[in-house]
Design a protein around this ligand. Structure first.
Ligand SMILES: [Zn+2]
Length: 411
């Protein structure tokens, strides 16, 4: 059966019959929990600042203010990755830490999973609300959620004695009419985890846009089938992706397991906003002698639930590339805002050149605005070029004018 499932493009999820550990799903409006316990500690989160309409999280602002040069800023400004439903080991979080370290970026990774913290329930609306508020303030530099797909399970449509049947299909994506209350509660919980993940995703894209940095927010789930449907068929998720111009990239797990003899054919979809995300699109090119391991039983399923190392590394590479760009954008905008007269001639020429390339050259905003707009065009250049360039900028005493600007920023 599992073979047939695999050939049809099934997923390990298709044999994950839900959260057996949980006696009964909590009610949809279980809101009494005191928010989410993320182990992040009382972080003293403060409201972001705004300069020229660009949002700057307070943590970034503080790092900019306290850094004497770009290298200082690089050290003082950790990039924060929020990984929801990370699983107990979080290979993606690990890969991001390693890739960031290779690029001399500091990182903070928060892996949220109830296998790590049993008091955590991301299906609770209160958890989602708390996370969304943080996200809206620009507290995270990348968010990802591979939310549970059990209730969208495909293999449930193949009757298995002793195992629960399906609670929905593509035509009844929120649940069958004939569901028992318990079945419907399970469907609702699955729907909630998916749509809340979609909400947080959308909030993160918005926050990145408000910060004018490359949007970094993704979701992951199996593709589902024509008959069974999948989380991607939820109108809420479709809307979230549409409104954020997010893309859906299908891949096979085995394509990222080239070093392993035993591979999972497991299909997945990585979706959202991540520059370079299209590089994840990979089909199975395993040689004939490779054995695709059938995903039967909880043990295999949970083994395959973890992202393959190769996939985690591929994602980490793109994430860190975007972060390097963000680091430069933040640094350069701040330099232009606070000490425009000290930005080196070469940099100015480069910025001017970038500006001339922009099509709306005739409708020029005032110089101050233009500088900020130019800084945003840093996209097209190598981050490390910027970094070395920035080192050459002499940092003199801040003028009274700059102090004035900064105090304005702090208000
Ligand atoms: Zn393969």
């Amino acid at each position: 059966m599992a073979d047939a499932v695999e050939k049809e493009g099934g997923s390990p999820c298709s044999v994950d019959f839900g959260d057996g550990d949980e006696p009964s799903p909590p009610p949809a409006d279980a809101d009494e929990e005191p928010g989410v316990s993320h182990g992040g500690g009382p972080e003293n989160i403060r409201e972001p600042t705004f300069q020229e309409g660009i949002m700057r999280p307070m943590r970034v602002h503080s790092a900019l203010k306290s850094s004497k040069n770009f290298e200082d800023f690089r050290r003082n400004r950790p990039f924060k990755f929020l990984h929801m439903y990370s699983g107990p080991n979080d290979p993606l979080g690990q890969a991001i830490k390693i890739e960031a370290a290779k690029n001399r970026l500091e990182t903070v990774v928060l892996s949220l999973d109830n296998k790590i913290d049993q008091t955590l329930d991301l299906s609770k609306p209160s958890s989602s609300t708390a996370i969304k508020q943080e996200v809206a303030r620009g507290e995270w530099d990348y968010t990802h959620a591979g939310f549970p797909c059990g209730s969208f399970s495909m293999a449930r449509h193949n009757a298995t004695p002793g195992q629960p049947g399906p609670v929905r299909d593509k035509a009844n994506i929120y649940g069958y009419q004939g569901n028992t209350p318990q079945q419907q509660a399970e469907a609702d919980r699955g729907t909630r985890m998916a749509t809340q993940a979609g909400d947080i995703y959308q909030e993160q894209v918005r926050a990145c846009e408000a910060r004018k940095v490359p949007p970094l927010a993704t979701l992951e789930n199996p593709p589902g089938s024509e008959e069974s449907g999948g989380a991607w068929d939820l109108p809420e998720l479709q809307k979230a992706l549409e409104e954020t111009k997010g893309v859906k990239i299908p891949y096979r797990s085995c394509a990222f397991m080239v070093k392993e003899k035993q591979r999972f054919l497991k299909p997945g979809v990585w979706a959202g906003r991540l520059s370079g995300i299209e590089k994840l699109q990979k089909v199975c090119r395993c040689p004939a002698w490779i054995k695709h391991v059938p995903l039967i039983g909880k043990q295999m399923t949970s083994l395959a639930a973890e992202y393959p190392q190769g996939l985690a590394e591929a994602v980490a590479k793109e994430v860190v590339a975007s972060w390097k760009k963000t680091l430069n954008l933040e640094w350069w905008r701040y330099q232009i805002e606070t000490k425009a007269q000290e930005v080196g001639d070469l940099q100015k020429k480069w910025l001017e050149n970038e500006d001339n390339k922009s099509k709306a050259a005739d409708t020029r905003p005032p110089p101050q605005k233009r500088a900020a707009a130019m800084a945003f065009k840093i996209d097209n250049i190598e981050s490390d070029d910027m970094a070395s360039g920035s080192k050459t900028i002499p940092i003199k005493e801040l003028s009274c004018h700059v102090f004035h600007c900064l105090s304005m920023l702090e208000r």
